[in-house]
Design a protein. Structure first.
Length: 214
């Protein structure tokens, strides 16, 4: 059987992880959430009081860090951090530290090493452009600010968070602006990626649409 990789990129809360997970299940592939890796480094930096502006210290910290992604669970130096890395402070922290070229270089090397056996659905911001330029299929998943904010807001409510819809929109827009304007591998659609606007689509419809390109 042919083994290949699929790249899924797009802004925050566009549904990349949900779609990737479902696709991986349907196609018998492995999902790899690269955002979780940046989140792990951000969490460790916060805990250790490392400045998010200090590239050198962040790289040193990353070189001494083990990040393990195991289906739906994330481990940082052996500790399960699946839930805590979704906290708003870690989200913006991940965006802050991901602007550094040397941090990205190490993350990309780890991701490429993991994906070299093929059979992966990787989601992130630079998968189609940098990490897996030869992926069999590249998807750029977008949705309106309204649709994305609504989804993120519902997720937050399920966690009993007291964050308001306005705060969700503000945090999301700030993170996307940073991710799109940084100089090192900014979020952008790869030339050979298929753009899907899933604002008004169900998960099943998006999965079906992605599969139609395979
Ligand atoms: O995908 P997620 O929202 O979990 O990613 C958290 C942050 O990590 C993003 O806002 C982005 O700054 C960064 N990231 C990245 N490149 C990736 C994945 C995530 O820069 N491939």
């Amino acid at each position: 059987m042919e083994r290949y990789n699929i790249a899924i990129d797009g802004p925050s809360a566009a549904g990349k992880s949900t779609i990737s997970k479902q696709l991986a299940k349907n196609l018998g592939m492995t999902h790899l959430d690269t955002g979780a890796m940046y989140r792990c480094l951000a969490l460790k930096a916060i805990r250790q009081g490392i400045s998010q502006q200090n590239e050198k210290d962040l790289v040193k910290c990353l070189n001494e860090t083990e990040i393990r992604l195991e289906s739906d669970r994330v481990f940082l130096d052996g500790e399960e951090v699946t839930k805590i890395i979704r906290e708003p402070e870690v989200s913006i922290g991940a965006s802050n530290i991901s602007k550094w070229a040397k941090v990205r270089q190490e993350m990309v090397a780890r991701q490429q090493f993991l994906a070299k056996e093929k059979g992966f659905i990787m989601d992130g911001r630079d998968i189609g452009t940098v990490v897996l330029p030869d992926a069999k299929l590249k998807i750029f998943l977008v949705a309106s600010v309204k649709a994305r904010a609504k989804r993120r807001f519902l997720e937050e409510q399920q966690k009993n968070s007291s964050i308001t819809l306005e705060e969700v929109v503000k945090a999301m827009e700030e993170r996307d602006r940073q991710d799109e304007t940084r100089s090192a591998s900014p979020l952008k659609q790869a030339r050979d990626a298929v753009r899907i606007d899933c604002s008004d689509m169900t998960i099943e419809e998006v999965v079906e649409k992605v599969c139609s390109y395979l």
